[in-house]
Design a protein around this ligand. Sequence first.
Ligand code: PRT
Ligand code: ZN
Length: 284
Amino acid sequence: MKLKLAIQKQGKLAAGSVEMLRKCGIAFSEGNGKLRVEAENFPLEIFFLRDDDIPEYVADTVADIGIVGENILAEQPAEVEIIERLNFGRCRLSLAVPRNSDIVTISDLNGKRIATTYPLILKKFLQSQNVRAEIHTISGSAEIAPSIGLADAICDLVSSGSTLFSNGLREAFTILESEAVLITRPSLPKAAAEILDKLRFRIRSVLAAAGNKYILLNAPTEKVAAISRLLPGMRSPTVVPLAEPGWVSIHSVIGANDFWAVIDDLKAAGAEGILVLAIDQMIA
Ligand code: PRT
Ligand code: ZN
């Protein structure tokens, strides 16, 4: 019995999906245009597919689980459920207009033509805003639609914003925020569900680790209490004596974003030789 996972073959989520599996300790060979591989050390079979097809394949039992962008689920509702948010592939679906456009408020879109590959989400959004606009469904490269006279605005995915910028467009309104998510269908067979539980445990350990750093520092023994208050850690910091009398090494875990906020306080409290390291897995 193997759990069947569908991931994107090529594109913006392909590398992140493979990286997530590797961090979960799952080994498999990639490449050579393969559409299907079996993991070497975990009961998993991986299918490489177009992202748009993944929700349907999961719903139809071709695959048990899949990794897709939330935007795909919003555009193509399928009988699947989101079970983990994976913290990569972040983007937003936005309305963008030519930089010098007189479209400023959402109601300025009334009567305008909007090109998009996301007609369903756009239609619902416009309805919710009481805007009547003409939706032009295209299959890609929405960013060039205004310059060739096809549309007054576009509705497309944005991440860094550089595609909009280099096409003379500005982001006007955000409709939806998205990231990669793990999906499955309700009522997986028991054996598949058991493997999925093991995989989710690993994924959560990887996600928890990504949000944290391991910190080590040296300090005089009398400073331990003050420094420990700044570094609560998973339970409390580990304090180990250094060879030099009166000195200790303090080890702890700290939020990846919290480190910069406490660094000055740590130094002021007497910390020296501070090292901050990445954590691969974290099991609470
Ligand atoms: O071949 P297949 O159908 O599998 O791929 P695809 O071309 O349909 O999808 P792909 O690879 O472009 O995107 C897959 C998923 O990645 C999307 O459904 C999103 O969930 C996610 N994602 C994250 C993005 C982006 N970031 C992104 N920046 N998808 C697309 N883009 C495109 C966007 O459409 C625009 O053309 O990148 C451009 C904008 O990027 P910036 O950085 O210039 O703003
Ligand atoms: Zn696609």
